[in-house]
Design a protein around this ligand. Structure first.
Ligand code: DHE
Length: 496
């Protein structure tokens, strides 16, 4: 018995020794900190804290470190790390960071920086080009933004941004200001007419996106960490924050969008089955209206009338994603959406097909575009593409919709062009061996701009009728481009 105990103890101390021999903190700083933050509070990658990993099983965490994560920038580490290293790292991320990272209203207020007084600057552009046909191009490679004249396709200006912007920039209704959100919580307000940074504030430690109200008065930030939404006035001065909690449970925020015709922000929660709506129709912001759902929503999209929110839940483990339709007036789910795989509803577009309004959405898991009738919520057609893609775009004035396959290693260099009248892929453009992704049209729909999504990448201008290349501008990993007119008029072919 004594011998058995001694053996057990020595085995125990040996395994403890093996574990302590691996310095998980050192490994973390070496391999993870540049994307997930030195304090694990997030950056380009999400926060790796127990608070934000509540729904991730340890086995899933190990798999993610070893194999990377589809549809994200998370690479596979199994070639660089031993299984024991991966085990140690996966344990570390469930351990609390001491002191616990927090971000209070006081921190938010203290972080605000006023760079310029926009009221004292001229109320007209200091450059000569159509201010409505301006493209704002986010260059993720070296964290810059380029402003491009959408008539001549000439750069107007280039400036540095916060690290790892994510999500579409949002514009003030007159098109003078643009608001950027970074993954680690910074919101930057930039004066496009005077080419000046106006103000910045850190809304949270790990942020999903920002939205600007259609009247230009309010800005909302959706956070993963802390679990809250934060509302600002248009000068980025804090107005209020709301913890996204129900009883003892709290939730990350999937996204917040402006619902212009409803004069409200709509907010989806990732870990609680609720959708929130905050009206700004009055002089002040209303308290959140909470709509109970059957399951939490991830990405979502509005129908053209903004009566319905169409949302998808990301699958956990090996489960399938599910999608649903929520009637925002009635405040309840009214239908299931027949979308398989991993729909990227936030990148969906709508258009008329044979007299009915349809939604087409890319899919992060399969090479397929689902086209759904917005009246009956039934699938009209599933269009095969060469591989899973992130982004889809069209314009009222073109019969074509363009979609990438950037998640497919063998088809990431192909853009498929779909005829909206027949729902057939009718053409393709290629950039052999490079990632070709994210499309946006000019104000008049005559040209489609796509990204060669590489460090030594480019913005490529295609004639939207002939699909021939017209021009290219060198850029550093241009992750997204946004046409000011299409955005502020909420073109049916672009993201909102
Ligand atoms: Fe995004 C928009 C969520 C990974 C580039 N992405 C959005 C939006 C959401 C979202 C909710 C809409 C916000 C908005 O525009 O206001 N993105 C997610 C994820 O959940 C996911 C899959 C995992 C994650 O890491 O967060 C994810 N996204 C990525 C990337 O890996 C991409 C390709 C590279 C990057 O820079 O992070 C990426 N997402 C983008 C871009 C937009 C975006 C370029 C804006 C698209 C647009 O045209 O409006």
């Amino acid at each position: 018995m004594k011998r058995l105990l001694a053996l057990a103890l020595s085995t125990l101390s040996l395994s403890a020794l093996a574990e302590t021999a691996i310095d998980a903190h050192k490994l973390y700083q070496q391999h993870c900190a540049s994307c997930h933050g030195a304090q694990r509070t997030g950056g380009m990658g999400p926060a790796l804290l127990p608070e934000s990993l509540a729904r991730l099983r340890p086995a899933e965490a190990r798999k993610t470190i070893a194999e990377g994560r589809a549809a994200t920038q998370m690479p596979a580490f199994k070639e660089q790390l031993q299984p024991a290293d991966i085990e140690a790292l996966s344990k570390l991320i469930y351990e609390p960071v001491r002191p616990t990272p927090s971000w209070s209203e006081v921190d938010i207020q203290a972080s605000r920086i006023q760079h310029a007084d926009a009221r004292k600057l001229p109320h007209k552009p200091v450059w000569s080009a159509d201010p409505m046909n301006l493209f704002v191009v986010v260059e993720g490679g070296d964290h810059h933004v380029s402003l491009v004249d959408g008539d001549r396709f000439e750069p107007i200006h280039r400036f540095p941004t916060r690290y790892a912007l994510h999500g579409g920039p949002k514009f003030s209704p007159d098109g003078r200001f643009v608001f950027f959100g970074s993954r680690d919580g910074w919101i930057s307000k930039y004066d496009l007419w005077n080419l000046k940074l106006v103000a910045e504030v850190r809304a949270g430690l790990n942020m999903r996106n920002v939205a600007v109200s259609s009247d230009g008065r309010w800005v909302i930030a959706a956070n993963y960490l802390p679990h809250n939404i934060v509302l600002f006035d248009s000068d980025l001065k804090l107005v209020q924050s709301h913890a996204t909690r129900a009883g003892v449970e709290s939730s990350r925020v999937s996204a917040a969008y402006d619902a212009a015709p409803r004069q409200s922000f709509v907010v989806a929660l990732k870990d609680l089955p609720e959708l929130w709506e905050i009206s700004y129709s009055g002089k002040k912001l209303a308290a959140p209206r909470r709509i109970a759902l059957e399951e939490p929503l991830d990405d979502f999209f509005f129908d053209p009338a903004y009566r319905h929110a169409l949302g998808a839940s990301r699958p956990q483990g090996n489960g399938e994603a599910r999608a649903q339709v929520v009637d925002l007036d009635a405040g309840r789910k009214v239908a299931n959406l027949p979308i398989a795989g991993m729909p990227h509803l936030g990148s969906g577009i709508t258009f008329d097909y044979q007299g009915r309004r349809v939604l087409a959405s890319p899919n992060l898991k399969d090479g397929a575009i689902d086209v759904i009738d917005l009246g009956s919520w039934q699938t009209v057609k599933t269009i095969p593409t060469p591989g899973p893609g992130f982004f889809m775009r069209s314009h009222e004035k073109t019969p074509y919709a363009w979609v990438d396959s950037m998640m497919a290693p063998k088809a990431k260099d192909r853009l498929s062009i779909i005829d909206k009248r027949t729902l057939e892929v009718v053409a393709e453009v290629r950039e052999p061996g490079k990632t070709l992704a994210h499309i946006e049209f000019t104000k008049d729909g005559r040209f489609a701009l796509a990204s060669v999504w590489e460090m030594d990448g480019a913005l490529v201008v295609f004639d939207a009728a002939t699909f021939k290349e017209v021009k290219r501008l060198p850029m550093s990993k241009p992750v997204g481009k946004y046409n000011l007119f299409n955005k502020i008029t909420r073109s049916e072919g672009t993201s909102h």
